[in-house]
Design a protein around this ligand. Sequence first.
Ligand SMILES: C[S@@+](CC[C@H](N)C(=O)[O-])C[C@H]1O[C@@H](n2cnc3c(N)ncnc32)[C@H](O)[C@@H]1O
Length: 170
Amino acid sequence: MIILDLGCGTGTLTILIKQSQPTADVVGFDGDPQVLEIARAKAAQENVNLTFDQGMAYQLPYPDNSFDRVFSSLVLHHLTTQDRRRALEQVYRVLKPGGEFWIIDFGKPHNALAFVISLVMRNLERTSDLIAGLLPEQLRRAGFEQVEQRERFMTLFGTIALYRARKAEL
Ligand SMILES: C[S@@+](CC[C@H](N)C(=O)[O-])C[C@H]1O[C@@H](n2cnc3c(N)ncnc32)[C@H](O)[C@@H]1O
C-alpha cells in the first residue's frame, strides 16, 4: 500500500503507521518545514524509512490516483471552510479508486459536557463547521461515498470523532 499522512506534524502517527505496516510506502506531508525536520529526525531515530514532503493540504503535489489510504489527524480544523473544501477535493483526487480517507478531528458534541465545551470551541471560526457536524456532508460534496463516523471520544476539548470516507471503485 501507499499511504499519505496529511498534516503529519512531527510524524508520530506517520511512524506508527509504518511500524504497523512495514511493507507499506508511507509519506508524511505538512506545510511547516520546521515540524518536518523534527519528523525526519524522529524517523531516523526509530530507524523507519519514510518520505516527508512539504506543501499545502489544498494543493497536493501528487498525481491523480496515487494513494491507497490517506490519514489526517487533527488537521482539518486548521483550515478555513474554503481551504478545507479544496483539501477534501485534493484528497479525493490523489486517492486511488476504492481508496479510503480516515480523519480524526472535532465532531458534533455527543454528551452534555461536550456540548458545554463546544459553546467555547465553536467560536473558533475554523472549528465551528466540524462541531456543527458538517464534515460528512463536506466529504460527500467532494465526491466521497460511504462516509461514516466510526467512533467518537470525549476529550478536554470536547468530542473528537473518527470518520472514514471512500472513493468509489471504477
Ligand atoms: C495539530 S497538528 C497535528 C499533527 C499530527 N497530525 C498529529 O496528530 O500529531 C496540525 C498540523 O497540520 C499542519 N497544517 C495546518 N494547516 C495545513 C495546511 N494547510 N497544509 C498542510 N499542513 C497543514 C500543521 O503544520 C501541523 O503540523
